[in-house]
Structure formats: structure tokens, C-alpha cells
Design a protein around this ligand. Sequence first.
Ligand code: ATR
Length: 278
Amino acid sequence: MTTSGSVAVAGVIGWPVAHSLSPRLQGFWLKELRIDGAYLPLAVKPEDLSLALWALPALGFKGVNITVPHKERAFTLVDKTDPFAERIGAVNTICVDKKGLLTGSNTDACGFIANLQVGARHWRASRPALVLGAGGAARAVCAGLMTAGVREIRVCNRTRSRGQIMAREIGGPIVVVDWADRAEAVDGVGLLVNTTNLGMIGAPVLSMPLTKLPTGAVVTDIVYTPLMTPLLVSARERGNVVVDGLGMLLHQARPGFAAWYGQEPEVTSALRAHVLGE
Ligand code: ATR
């Protein structure tokens, strides 16, 4: 890769970061839109996060994405935060402004909803949703569902107390359900979302009986390795519309790109194929 002296630079900060798909994704848009820009993987140890973030203005960075395990800590280190970051308590996108201040936002919630709306056009917020898990991803999903107008969000987490803490901290119409009751909790829902890492390559399979799931309900998973998780395979077999998790990654990346490089990128099938290495 060759760059000009005035190249716009951004990147992704994580630890480890080599597995991140963001450089491939942002690199596709830079090339497609013929932008004089660069997007770098930045491996930053947890103990070095503040040093790395506060150096961004001096290094002339336009901004960065933040990934595991830094999202919550980054929230405490930036100068300003957007309402989604505040509700979720985590930052995944940082922009450096003209004065050198860092604005942290969270685009995961809107990325989740955009993916859902594109993948399941018939989905409506009028029916309850069941969210499995209560980690960082669940917070983003719940924040997105609230913004979309869902009036009942059932949260079911192995550790019930973590679900209760999440409900208290992010507010909204969350009802906490016992993990043991998850098979009954799908009754009447319009959406089932897995936000746990169960079903991911190398992790145990999610045991989630779907007998009571309405056939009109949409099922989505934030796990995208494999693209079709065992949950999505069994939901599709019984006739439910399923939406895989890769689109959330693609959609959450758009606001950062637009802010750093000044052009609105599109999520297309060509982008998807490129990110999948096809
Ligand atoms: P992330 O930020 O990606 O959401 P996380 O905060 O580590 O990651 O959350 C992982 C989620 O997967 C949690 O809801 C976790 O449940 P606990 O809060 O009980 O730990 C859930 N999870 C992980 N392994 C699980 C398992 N074997 N069975 C059920 N839930 C599991």
C-alpha cells in the first residue's frame, strides 16, 4: 500500500487485534470510494489504552474503532460521549475533533437494528423480543431495540443477577427471565436474539428449544463464526426468518468511516463477500 503525505488515518484498537475484520472492511470502502485514507490494526495492551488514546490527536489520527477488551474502559477515557455510549456504558467508535478532543460513540445498537431491518423487512417492533445474554453485546442490542420502539424486552441470562444489573443500568421495558425458563420465554415473541458466545466456533452449542417460538418470529445471532449458527439453522428449518450476525458488524462500521473520511459508505453484497474472503 502506498499513501500520500496527506493521507487520512484511522484504525482499530484491540488486544489482540489480528483477528479483527475491521481493516478488511474499512479497506474495501477506502478502495471502492478512492479515498486517500488508511485504516490500521493497532494492538494495544489494556495497560496502555489511555496512552494510546490520548496520543491519537498528536499523531494526527481522525479516529479509531475500539474492540475487545477495551470498549468499557474507552468510555471512561474520552472527552465526550454520545447518548448510545452512555446508555450502553461502552464506546466502539472515537472521533478526534479539530481541537484534539475525543468523542466516543457506540454504533453497535444502530448497526444491530439496521441489519435486522435489511435482513427481515417484515420485522415489526410491536411484539416482544427475547434477548439471550447480558454482556456488552446484549446492552447494545437492548439499546437498539428500545430505540426501535420495542415495548417488551425479555432478557434471559445464565447469571440472572447480571441481567438485573443490566436492566437497572440501561433502563427501558426489560423483564428479566430465568435461564431455565428460556424455552417458555419465546412464547409470543416477534424476535429472538442470541448475544451470548454460545454457538461460536470453539464454544459450546446454545441449547434453546424453539417449540414455542411463533413461526412469524425473526431469529438473529450476533455470532457470525459460523455465519449460520446451530440456532439459526434450527430456526430456519422450522420456517422462521433468520438474520446472521455479520451484517451488524458491517452496519456498525458506517458512521465511523463517514466521520473520518467524509464519505457515506454502503453495505453491499460485494462488501459482504470481501469481508468473508470470498
Ligand atoms: P460480550 O461483551 O461479547 O457480550 P460478555 O460480556 O463476556 O461478552 O458476555 C458473554 C455472555 O455470554 C454473557 O451473557 C454470559 O452469561 P453470564 O453472564 O452468565 O456469564 C453468556 N455465556 C457465556 N458462556 C455461557 C454458557 N456456557 N451458558 C450460558 N451463557 C453463557
